[in-house]
Write a protein that binds this ligand. Sequence first.
Ligand code: C5P
Length: 223
Amino acid sequence: MRVAALLMAAGRGERLGGAEPKQFLPLLGRPVLRHAAEALLRDGCVDLLQPVCAEAERGRVDAMLQGLPARPAVTGGATRQASVHAGLEALAGDAPELVLVHDAARPFLPPGMVDAVVATLSEAEGAIPAQPVADTLKQAEEGTILRTVQRDGLFRAQTPQGFRFPLLLALHRQAAPGATDDAALLEAAGHAVRLVPGSEANVKITLPGDLERMEASMLPQML
Ligand code: C5P
């Protein structure tokens, strides 16, 4: 087995409100997590999925992924970084060459993006999809602008983020808490991480209304 993918689903989705975490909400009749899993497998270069979720959700996550090449879900941690570390340790016995880390809350990962990330790993230790920042950025305090931040060279990081598996595992084993994505661990240790084009479609469901908006935008393609 060469390429494994962690499917990160241990978040509680507090920003979205409601009792159900965002990755389990229905989207066009199926859980968001199932859409994300199928999208990861679509390009044909991922061999194995490793879901990571809350202890109490393991049974239903396994059921949601039925029929797909997925290992049984493992329990995540209090932060995304701790959850990724748990997933990597669960994969250690399989010793994949490459690992992708993908948010289960990103169900619209477009075709070709997994291929692009994996292909870029032949020339770098990390590769992530990212979109250039288009809006003007303001730094503010208590509702008043302090300054305008230069947006040249700024990107919004997306997932799936891809890495050489042994390197990412080693970095997670020694990392201090506080990283909001995995590329940050490579950057801090001086490893090169390449950008591949992200997509406006590859949004992370975060706020109330996100799911309804996405469903409405997808419906015309489904009819
Ligand atoms: O909270 P955030 O939106 O950054 O979460 C991104 C992804 O990481 C989600 O799919 C979420 O389920 C996952 N996550 C996790 N463990 C946590 C926090 C978030 O697996 N403790």
